[in-house]
Design a protein around this ligand. Structure first.
Ligand code: 13P
Ligand code: ZN
Length: 302
């Protein structure tokens, strides 16, 4: 961008940039935005984000919106109407990655690869109030993200704020064996290592192969999110949700590690042969009983 472009950008977006320059504080320096960028970098470092694979969104708290508001564009983008309204997200603000961005680059230029969008008072339209500086758009999975935020906000009483999507190799490989069967998938993961039932006693959801970015994928994900904080998209990847960035990255990591162990074990004992010393149904029940966890007992196989 040359000086004239910069100047035009400045005029287009209003004076909010000047406020940052004067106070020497930028949105990029707020805690939530630093944590947002760090998760993107950590996921890329873990090898979960080939090409433009994966995306992240975060529902800001009222305090964060208040602190960030003076940096918003004085002329936000036009409202974009969606096919459905997310009434319980009306008036909320979300930081979200841009369509086509590489997660490894997010921390290098957040104002380009991240935007803050506002939902209108009906929850049926959004507009950009910060970021996406080079004309970027929210991720192609925006609908899935909003569906997840809406459901998880409701079922967690407002606690859930982060939705993270990645393409971990071993999880996609495992999904080819389990298909869209949440019980089978949950069992395979629980049996891989003791940590799994501690992290997700309710199990992990599974959604059939669907076109990325499609309404069908979003609506099937919504149903699964009623029951599960994490959902596997068969032949595609994994979505994890939760209250904070570390919690969500932790949940994603445990699921990926379990899938890695399943793949490594399969390499040792022959593809898809049950390992002799895999955790049993009794082992899983014992862990859940010891820690008083709400185990999905009907998923547990012997
Ligand atoms: P975006 O680049 O639009 O975020 O798409 C990546 C992806 O993983 C689609 O499922
Ligand atoms: Zn994807």
């Amino acid at each position: 961008m040359g000086f004239l472009d910069d100047a035009q950008d400045f005029l287009d977006k209003g004076v909010s940039a000047a406020k940052g320059a004067v106070s020497n504080v930028a949105v990029e320096q707020f805690g939530y935005m630093k944590a947002f960028a760090r998760l993107c970098a950590d996921g890329a470092q873990a090898g979960w984000h080939e090409g433009n694979g994966g995306n992240l969104s975060y529902r800001l708290t009222e305090e964060e919106v208040a602190n960030t508001r003076s940096y918003f564009y004085t002329t936000p983008s036009s409202w974009v109407t969606m096919d459905r309204a997310f009434t319980n997200l009306a008036g909320e603000y979300f930081a979200i990655t841009s369509a086509g961005c590489s997660m490894k680059n997010v921390a290098l230029d957040q104002k380009r690869f991240v935007g803050i969008i506002e939902l209108d008072s009906s929850g049926g339209a959004w507009r950009v109030v910060w970021g996406f500086k080079d004309g970027g758009q929210p991720t192609s999975e925006l609908l899935s993200h909003l569906e997840c935020h809406s459901v998880r906000k409701r079922v967690t009483g407002g606690v859930s704020r982060v939705v993270y999507h990645a393409h971990p190799t071993s999880v996609i490989a495992l999904s080819k064996l389990t298909g869209p069967d949440a019980g089978r998938l949950s069992n395979e993961l629980w049996r891989a290592m003791t940590e799994c039932v501690l992290f997700f006693p309710e199990g992990v959801g599974a959604v059939p192969t669907s076109v990325p970015g499609s309404d069908e994928l979003a609506s099937q994900t919504t149903q699964a999110m009623e029951e599960f904080a994490a959902v596997v998209w068969v032949n595609h990847g994994l979505l994890s949700t939760g209250a904070g960035f570390d919690e969500v990255f932790g949940l994603e990591s445990v699921i990926v590690k379990a899938a890695d162990i399943i793949c490594a074990t399969a390499a040792l004992v022959g593809a898809h042969t049950q390992a002799s010393f895999a955790l049993t149904g009794a082992d899983i029940r014992a862990i859940a009983e010891q820690y008083h966890l709400p185990l999905r007992a009907d998923f547990v196989e012997e």
